[in-house]
Ligand binder design. Structure first.
Ligand SMILES: Nc1ncnc2c1ncn2[C@@H]1O[C@H](COP(=O)(O)OP(=O)(O)OP(=O)(O)O)[C@@H](O)[C@H]1O
Ligand SMILES: [Mg+2]
Length: 257
């Protein structure tokens, strides 16, 4: 059986820079993959390529054996949701209007039926954004807007969610809430690949971590298998000590100089 997402030997050049170099990975149902790596490592580029938004120079991404580049926009929207890292809103639309865009694959927002309505209400609630629904999106705080965009991505109820830094702008309680929510979605059989900079939360909630550096895949495995002071030094140029507890890893990071 082909994988939900199969990334095979992709290379991506952006401007003069090779952003991804021969990356391969398969993601199956129910996985919560944390994509980690320093700024510029290629995390966003990998997510955009898996979402079919960037065409790789070499290699290809597949969805259950079909090239993602061959799927129509609507077919793609039924298979995967993409939460971009940059999410500006300049228009005077309500938060609910943004979330309704997540129903594109089903015909909304032009035509909404009761299933769309239920999905939109559920996604707003899941993202802790119900109270924001009627607010103008342009007036929301960074963290509020981040949760509305997350709700938009959740509203598609797709098998795969590609989330670029879904907790970056959130306060600690909402960071924990979103990580728990994504974990619960994967326990229901959906899959999530999330670019994350919080290594402690990534180690605690993700079933698998993929580490990128300079466009290359440095490590791929469970937190326990791959996180080590050596790896963190190579990946992030930091000194690290790691204590493992029942809930995951307690990391102490130090600058090297
Ligand atoms: N449109 C572009 N043109 C040229 N270079 C680009 C473009 N987009 C990204 N890059 C470069 O590609 C590399 C990978 O960028 P990417 O955004 O994937 O990194 P990232 O791992 O998501 O980093 P961050 O943690 O800062 O979000 C970087 O060196 C970046 O400068
Ligand atoms: Mg990025």
């Amino acid at each position: 059986m082909s994988a939900l997402l199969s990334v095979q030997h992709i290379s991506v050049t952006l401007g003069a820079r090779q952003a991804l170099k021969d990356i391969s990975l398969d993601v199956g149902a129910g996985e919560f993959v944390g994509l980690i790596g320093p700024n510029g490592a290629g995390k966003s580029t990998l997510l955009k390529t898996a979402a079919g938004l960037i065409q790789p120079d070499g290699g290809a991404c597949w969805n259950y054996g079909k090239p993602i580049s061959a799927l129509s926009a609507q077919e793609r929207a039924r298979q995967l949701s993409y939460l971009p890292q940059a999410r500006p809103v300049f228009w005077s639309v309500t938060a609910r209007d943004i979330v309704a865009l997540g129903r594109f694959a089903y015909g909304a927002p032009l035509v909404e039926d009761s299933r769309d309505e239920e999905a939109i209400v559920r996604a707003l609630a899941d993202a802790g954004a119900t109270h924001l629904a009627t607010r103008s999106a342009a007036e929301l705080s960074g963290g509020e807007l981040a949760r509305v965009h997350l709700a938009r991505a959740l509203a598609g109820e797709t098998p795969l969610l590609l989330a670029d830094e879904p907790i970056a702008a959130l306060d600690p309680a909402h960071q924990l809430g979103v990580m728990k929510l994504l974990q619960s979605k994967t326990k229901e059989g959906r899959s999530v690949i999330a670019a994350l900079h919080d290594l402690t939360l990534a180690a605690r909630y993700c079933t698998r971590l993929i580490v990128l550096k300079d466009g290359r895949l440095l490590a791929d495995g469970t937190a326990k298998e791959i996180l080590s002071p050596d790896l963190l030094k190579i990946a992030f140029d930091v000194g690290a000590s790691i204590d493992w507890t029942e809930k995951g890893a307690i990391l102490q990071l130090e600058p090297l100089t």
